[in-house]
Design a protein around this ligand. Structure first.
Ligand SMILES: C[S@@+](CC[C@H](N)C(=O)[O-])C[C@H]1O[C@@H](n2cnc3c(N)ncnc32)[C@H](O)[C@@H]1O
Length: 227
């Protein structure tokens, strides 16, 4: 089975006893599917497509140092880490509650090459040039200080290292933009200002090399390399 197939299977399996959040992220529960369709205009295929694009910067045989920020409940990445036994993985999140769920998943999956740390992406507790890959899934639309987050993720990345992931971008789906403005921002789930696919391309190109930005509806996926 390829990594892609294994991960797709793992996401399907989370459906039975997943939390509301996990069900939404993996299109695997009744309410999760409803939100994906209504808010994000995504069916299962689109949901998997954006996740695969966001994870494309992590090589299948990766054996270096990886930082994931924010890890959240780890629902999208623990199936990936299970397939990377030789990597040195560090996960960080502001919320220790979200991270506890990720820790439980790592323990259940028998992932030992992983450590968890509570912290702020705007002041990462790591030295300069510490990681080969910095992965950030669905974080930048939530981070309150985005400039600090871009600065810190760049700082901790080694020269030649990869910065990759995904987050909400404005202009990809009008319905999504409406829900974000009217609901997600008001509830404090998301924090403006938001990038568009174009502005993200431009921003990353000013800092990184080999920039690739794609989008699936309102989610922008990116991959780039530090010179
Ligand atoms: C939408 S979740 C994404 C989690 C996970 N990457 C995923 O895709 O399921 C956003 C996460 O960002 C975290 N977060 C928000 N502000 C943060 C900050 N300043 N530093 C670190 N994590 C932060 C929240 O605690 C939350 O777990």
């Amino acid at each position: 089975m390829t990594r892609k197939e294994k991960i797709r299977n793992a996401y399907k399996l989370t459906g039975d006893n997943a939390s509301f959040y996990d069900g939404m992220m993996t299109y695997s529960t009744f309410f999760g599917k409803a939100i994906c369709r209504l808010v994000w205009n995504m069916d299962r295929e689109k949901n998997l497509r954006y996740i695969e694009q966001a994870l494309a910067g992590v090589p299948e045989d990766f054996d270096g140092k990886l930082l994931e920020v924010p890890v959240g409940t780890g629902v999208l990445t623990m199936p990936v880490y299970k397939e990377l036994p030789n990597a040195d993985i560090t996960c960080l999140d502001y919320s220790s509650d979200m991270m506890k769920a990720a820790q439980k998943k790592a323990e259940a999956a028998g992932i030992h090459n992983i450590s968890f740390r509570q912290g702020d992406v705007g002041a990462l507790p790591f030295g300069d040039e510490s990681f080969d890959v910095v992965l950030s899934l669905n974080g930048f639309h939530a981070f309150p200080d985005k400039e600090a987050a871009y600065r810190e993720t760049f700082r901790v990345l080694k020269p030649g290292g990869t910065f990759c992931g995904c987050f909400y971008v404005e202009g990809g789906c009008r319905r999504t933009d409406w829900f974000i403005r009217k609901l997600y921002v008001k509830k404090g789930f998301f924090t403006p200002p938001f990038e568009t696919e174009e502005s993200l391309k431009e921003r990353l190109s000013g800092i990184y090399e080999d920039v690739r930005v794609t989008s699936v509806e309102g989610i922008g996926c990116f991959q780039c390399r530090k010179a």
